[in-house]
Design a protein around this ligand. Structure first.
Ligand code: GLU
Length: 428
């Protein structure tokens, strides 16, 4: 995480720029610049040792004009309220740009889940719901997984909520495990959606995907499925992946000239997407420094880890060959770096468009929970591809019509839609 730029200030700066371009009224700005509601709470957890530990938890509900708030819960040691505020704000734009009837929210807990036992994680998840259950629900606010949280954790949270309200309520949370109210294709959905937007960008730029190369940051859920889908759908070569090694407590770039094999890396990755350096070396991988992924001579860069990684400093390391930056992560590029990418004519697929596949599939999951009728995998995949393709072209058309950067065009589409909903409801 960037220590220089507060992510919420970054989200507000991005918003202000477009609000000026749209000449947005002061009322609309006042409502959209800050979250509607936020919850800060303590979660006492009995550890396996018998001692009690108190964790800090958050939930931010940024805007629900278009529907119930929606967004993940992060378990991260460096979590801050401002990170959660920024991420909740981006969820409002993400749901709006993908045209799903939901608002924006995000939650967090300051913790390192990799240091907790299974039972401690379960108690922490149940404790989070214990603090929040009165303010979440299928028609209020629907959490989901994010960095550091898993489908199993969503299952515990759904169970706790159902017990507290006294009624089986799968639609309170999405990203649940299969067989526990989850949707087929939810796990690959975000990474798949990232590559659908890359496919459309390549078509737009007239680039043959098979001849492209790609480098990714992160090897969690988003990056793993982006890598697999890129090979499958686009057919290019992935030269590097950067990710966290939990044993060494630092990140490395794992690269291979003839292309990395995501399936092999998956086989040596734990549930949080951390790869072990020793085992990668045995598999013939070259180990480089954490930032090396960003400096590769590739056509496509996919930052798919955390916010604030492409900064005014690191952007200088990006090769002139790069044509597309596909933001699998939320908020990976700072406004300073955006200026450089814009000047270098790099086609940026902004985060809340690029990684909207996860929440779109979450929406499908909620629809299936409501109907109590579950779709075949192919149906989910086809609907997701359609939604992502339509969203991409809506933003591209806006970018062309108003001659603006893709990020600003995505903001324009999203802000228009949220403002319209607020007006229809009589808020402004
Ligand atoms: N955490 C994911 C995101 O940032 C998914 C959110 C959801 O499914 O609600 O988009």
């Amino acid at each position: 995480m960037s220590s220089k730029l507060n992510p919420f200030e970054m989200a507000q700066r991005q918003f202000d720029q477009v609000a000026d371009q749209l000449d947005l009224s002061p009322d609309n700005r006042a409502l959209l610049r800050n979250p509607m509601r936020e919850f800060h709470f303590q979660i006492p957890v009995r550890m396996d040792s018998g001692e009690l530990r108190v964790f800090r938890g958050y939930r931010v509900q940024h805007n629900d004009a278009r529907g119930p708030c929606k967004g993940g819960i992060r378990f991260h040691p460096a979590e801050t309220i401002d990170t959660v505020r920024a991420l909740a704000t981006w969820m409002t734009w993400k749901c709006a740009v993908s045209d799903i009837p939901l608002g924006g929210g995000k939650g967090g807990v300051i913790c390192d889940p990799s240091t907790l036992s299974v039972l401690e994680k379960e108690r922490l998840c149940r404790g989070w719901v214990g603090q929040m259950w009165r303010n979440i629900g299928p028609r209020t606010d629907v959490p989901a997984p994010d960095v550091g949280t898993t489908p199993q954790m969503m299952g515990w949270m759904m169970d706790e909520y159902s017990k507290l309200v006294g009624s089986f309520t799968p639609g309170v949370i999405t990203g649940k495990p299969l067989g526990g109210g989850g949707s087929l294709f939810r796990t690959p959905a975000t990474g798949f959606g990232v590559i659908v937007t890359v496919r459309e960008a390549l078509k737009h730029l007239g680039i043959n995907g098979k001849e492209t190369t790609c480098s990714l940051q992160g090897f969690g859920n988003v990056s793993q499925y982006a890598a697999l889908t890129y090979l499958d759908m686009i057919g290019g070569k992935i030269v590097a992946v950067s990710c966290w090694d939990n044993q060494d407590k630092c990140s490395y770039t794992f690269s291979k000239k003839d292309g990395i094999d995501p399936k092999f890396l998956q086989s040596i990755t734990d549930e949080y997407g951390t790869v072990n350096k020793g085992r990668a070396k045995e598999g013939g991988y070259e180990i480089e420094d954490a930032d090396a992924w960003l400096a590769k001579d590739v056509d496509i860069l996919v930052p798919a880890a955390i916010e604030g990684v492409i900064t005014g400093d690191t952007v200088k390391r990006i090769s002139k060959k790069v044509r597309i930056v596909a933001e699998g992560a939320n908020g990976p590029t700072t406004p300073e770096a955006d200026e450089v990418l814009k000047a270098n004519n790099v086609f940026v697929i902004p985060d809340f468009l690029c990684n909207a596949g996860g929440v779109t599939c979450s929406y499908f999951e909620g629809v299936q929970n409501d109907m109590n009728f579950y779709w075949a995998e192919e149906e989910v995949r086809t609907r997701l591809d359609q939604k992502m393709t339509v969203a991409f072209h809506k933003v591209l058309e806006m970018a062309k019509a108003r001659k603006v950067y893709m990020r600003n065009a995505a903001y324009m589409v999203a802000i228009d839609s949220v403002v319209k909903a607020m007006m229809l409801r009589g808020w402004v």
